[in-house]
Design a protein around this ligand. Structure first.
Ligand code: 173
Length: 323
């Protein structure tokens, strides 16, 4: 090679390296959606997470928040992450069981995210999301918030015979095991279904019923509380792999911060119970024995359902859950 050619090659290489460095140093903007209405209970902390990423991630990574169910139906959010229609999403496993039947087991894992990260549970859940959803499972929220069944009609024992109840995969098996009829809807349809008498009740966590005005059409809350809310933050796996270490660090740090917000839930639950009572929602408690039997059944039918759909992974999740 002539000296001038060598020089030209070296210059070209240096230029390429500079461009590559520039590209990796460039700020990335991720497109985000949430599967719950904006500014409501199960979107709020994700919105705080976005604020944090946008503050800490200047020059590295930013999040462009498209919004909630007005932008995308909740049951389509998992698939939108899979196909990279969005880059990052706030979504519960109950909304993507069509793609990942094991996601229904996440409600049965009540350990804190920190404990799950230590004992291998998180790593297995990550693996399942990689395989089935082409997603990175960035964070798990609300492990210490349980679900309830709310009713418009009074029952005198823990049995839903004759009642039609709005469900998602979270509640379907236990409501049917207690002889109720189920209809699956997105949260956005609950109010109208109740108002029109299409359903006699619905499943929902202990928190959040005031966000969409459901207290106006709710009379009873059935005890005991059961399962654990799971709302995850998912990132499209190709997008995740394309981030550099500094960008990943901003997201990882914000994810751990987000998970730690679960420490606020205990106080929030107490306030919510009082607020429900003040709104005239009566708690129906059938005593310790009935509650114990209900919880046992709720646990049994849910695991049976997951294990039937995914025998190997289901059994492994059950072992990891300790339930
Ligand atoms: O009831 C629901 O729509 C549901 O499954 C759910 C899951 C997590 C948080 C809130 C609601």
């Amino acid at each position: 090679m002539k000296t001038t050619t060598v020089l030209a090659t070296l210059l070209a290489l240096a230029a390429n390296a500079a461009v590559a460095q520039l590209a990796s140093a460039q700020e990335v903007t991720l497109k985000a959606v949430t599967s719950f209405a904006e500014k409501t209970q199960f979107s709020k902390n994700f919105e705080r997470f976005i604020e944090k990423v946008n503050a800490d991630g200047k020059g590295k990574v930013q999040i462009n928040y498209i919004g909630g169910p007005r932008a995308m139906p909740p049951f389509e959010v998992g698939n939108a992450v899979r196909t990279k229609v969005v880059d990052i999403a706030n979504v519960t496993g109950a909304f993507y069981t069509n793609l990942m039947p094991e996601a229904d087991a996440l409600k049965l894992i009540s350990k804190s995210a920190a404990d799950q990260r230590k004992d291998g549970t998180f790593a297995f859940i990550e693996q399942l999301h990689n395989q089935k959803l082409n997603a990175h499972y960035l964070a798990r929220q609300f492990h210490n918030v349980p679900f309830h069944i709310y009713l418009t009609k009074k029952i005198d024992k823990l049995d839903f015979t004759g009642l039609k109840i709005r469900v998602t995969p979270v509640y379907k098996d236990i409501v049917e095991a207690e002889h109720g009829t189920t209809v699956t809807t997105a949260p956005g349809e609950v109010y109208t279904a109740l108002e029109r008498g299409v359903v006699d009740g619905y499943g929902w966590p202990i928190t959040g019923i005031f966000d969409l005005g459901w207290e106006q059409v709710t009379k009873f809350r059935v005890e005991p509380p059961f399962y654990s809310v799971e709302v995850g933050v998912l990132v499209n796996l190709d997008v995740w792999k394309g981030l550099n270490d500094a960008q990943k660090k901003v997201l990882n740090d914000a994810a751990l911060w987000l998970e730690a917000l679960d420490s606020e839930n205990e106080a929030a639950i107490k306030v919510e119970r009082e607020r429900q009572a003040k709104a005239g929602i009566q708690s129906l408690d059938f005593g310790a024995a009935a509650s114990k039997a209900f919880l046992q059944k709720a646990n049994d039918v849910a695991w049976a359902s997951v294990i039937k759909k995914s025998p190997e992974n289901g059994a492994k999740l059950r072992k990891l859950s300790g339930n």
